[in-house]
Design a protein around this ligand. Structure first.
Ligand code: E4P
Ligand code: PEP
Length: 348
């Protein structure tokens, strides 16, 4: 029989596969110093103690919706480290260092995916830029927080993260629940984009359980990952298409749903996203309501604020304003200072 040329069975829709440095290589090139390791541990311990009710400070996760300019983020971090130190007896401040953005359809997917903001997708550079920025920020003593989106990214960066999140678009994803079950820091899981809190309560239960799943080792090889479960997975109320859920009744209902599922009835509330209709000008009113709830005691263990140096948002383009978000709109620095003061006063 004459040999027939077979059509390839895969690769039909793959344009290229480009090698990346292994996670172990990147961590070797950019290692965590003792000062950084201490900041990461203090960040994790503080967040865990607050969520467990053993520390009566308020967790505040604050920072840009996404980081696109490492220098502007360094300036923001230096300012935030100073405010965090000033409020350290009442607030446990974690800086949002979000390098991966889940998109509703398409759009810029964050600094790791496209550090040039120009569709060149230099992921190796994105990983280096993100890790090196995180090392600089953690060296100021600031604990860092991010959303875990791509299941491979944690191997490159998770050692520098004190608090993590699973977003509204992935709360139902088994891959992300399994990932959360093995991460070394408390993981906040958001309610769905439609406002469904049940999906996040289910995710918290799934993340608390041990799992075995396929993943990537530090050397970049395929591996079977076996986890012990994350007892510090918790709920983030972020509102949704059905309305906001930062008010006292919604917070109480969410806490009751958690308790009915056998989980701790303590929540983090996001002042942005569905709770502000993505309009940064509404965040101060949400934070003011949360401050009132915090002052009364109750289930609010933490508050999330989207903030950057300059308020608002802008499109990616040639004439961008330094320190202004290129994803969701953020409150500016002066408002951030006022909101931190307000939350600290409420905790007093
Ligand atoms: O937090 C950021 C955005 O809300 C999220 O990435 C979705 O953005 P999009 O709806 O603009 O795609
Ligand atoms: C994407 C985010 O939030 P959500 O998943 O609530 O949309 C975010 O916090 O950056």
């Amino acid at each position: 029989m004459t040999a027939v040329l077979r059509r390839p069975l895969d690769g039909a829709r793959t344009a290229a596969v480009t090698p990346l440095p292994s996670p172990a290589l990147l961590r070797h090139e950019l290692p965590a110093s003792d000062v950084v390791a201490d900041a990461v541990h203090r960040g994790r311990d503080g967040a865990e103690a607050i969520l467990r009710g053993d520390d009566d400070r308020l967790l505040v996760v604050v920072g840009p919706c996404s980081i696109h300019d490492a220098d502007a983020a360094r300036e923001y971090g230096a300012r935030l480290a100073e405010r965090a130190a000033a409020h350290a007896d009442r607030l446990h401040v974690v800086m949002r260092t979000y390098f991966e953005k889940p998109r509703s359809t398409v759009g810029w997917k964050g600094l790791i995916n496209d550090p040039g903001l120009d569709g060149t997708f230099d992921v190796a550079r994105g990983l280096r830029t993100a890790r090196s920025l995180m090392l600089d920020l953690a060296a100021t003593g600031l604990p860092l927080g991010c959303e875990f989106l791509d299941p491979i990214t944690p191997q490159y960066l998770a050692d520098l993260v004190s608090w993590g999140s699973i977003g509204a678009r992935t709360a139902a994803s088994q891959v992300h629940r399994q990932l959360a079950s093995g991460l070394s820091m408390p993981i906040g899981i958001k309610n769905g984009t439609d406002g469904d809190v049940g999906v996040a309560v289910d995710a918290i239960g799934a993340a608390a359980a041990p799992h075995a799943f396929m993943g990537v080792t530090a050397e970049g090889l395929a591996g079977l990952i076996t986890t012990t479960g994350n007892a510090d997975a918790h709920l983030i109320l972020r509102g949704g298409s059905s309305g906001t859920n930062y008010d006292e009744a919604s917070v109480a209902a969410a806490a009751a749903a958690l308790e009915a599922a056998g989980r701790r009835g303590r929540v983090v509330v996001d002042a942005s996203h569905g709770n502000s209709g993505k309009d940064h000008r509404r965040q101060p009113a949400v934070v003011a309501d949360l401050a009132r709830q915090v002052a009364q005691g109750g289930p609010v263990a933490g508050v999330m604020i989207e903030s950057f140096l300059a308020e608002g948002r802008q499109e990616i383009g040639p004439d961008m304003v330094r320190g202004r978000s290129v994803t969701d709109s953020c409150v500016g620095w002066e408002t951030t200072v006022e909101l931190l003061d307000l939350l600290a006063a409420a905790r007093r």
